[in-house]
Design a binder for this molecule. Structure first.
Ligand code: HEC
Length: 135
């Protein structure tokens, strides 16, 4: 490995997960899909994999997880003010329906299993829309 790549490996990020404070409550079938396709970036239960530890990719992944958690964190759902929950849920319905989430650059190179089938997209959208109404 060239020296610069080796040197980059010394700059590490903190990859520990903060505690799960209040996991969002959803029906089991919805939770299975959220865990598989969203939790790596939108929860405190990120599964860090070996290729997340190799710079410079590790820096990018780390930033996405920080960024993803900042926008939406299913592990700290109770911390979302009640008046904002409905908006977040509508946002979820929107991004899954448009295919923006999970991001293609996460799915195709590394996590094909995170891809949502049409059925799963409909399941998440339906859940998020009806949960948004009941807030
Ligand atoms: C690879 C990491 C990653 C995965 C996997 C992922 N997201 Fe995201 N998500 C992000 C990032 C980063 C942002 C913020 C930047 C942006 O909007 O692109 C974001 C933004 C969002 C937003 C907008 C939040 C706001 O406050 O505006 C929603 C809603 C969302 N994601 C839902 C989901 C859902 C639902 C899934 C699973 C189906 C998912 N995401 C999977 C990284 C991810």
């Amino acid at each position: 490995m060239p020296a610069v790549l080796l040197a980059m490996q010394l700059v590490t990020c903190d990859r520990t997960n903060p505690p799960v404070v209040s996991d969002i409550k959803t029906p089991d079938d919805v939770k299975v899909v959220l865990r598989r396709s969203c939790y790596d970036c939108h929860s405190n239960e990120t599964v860090w994999r070996w290729y997340h530890h190799i710079a410079p990719g590790s820096w990018l992944v780390h930033r996405d997880v920080e960024e993803g958690r900042r926008h939406l964190n299913f592990s700290e759902w109770d911390g979302v003010p009640p008046e904002k929950r409905s908006k977040k849920l509508q946002g979820i319905a929107k991004v899954v329906a448009s295919g923006d989430m999970p991001p293609w650059w996460y799915v195709y190179p590394m996590h094909p299993g995170a891809n949502l089938s049409d059925q799963e997209t409909a399941l998440l959208k339906g859940w998020a829309e009806s949960a948004a109404k009941s807030m």
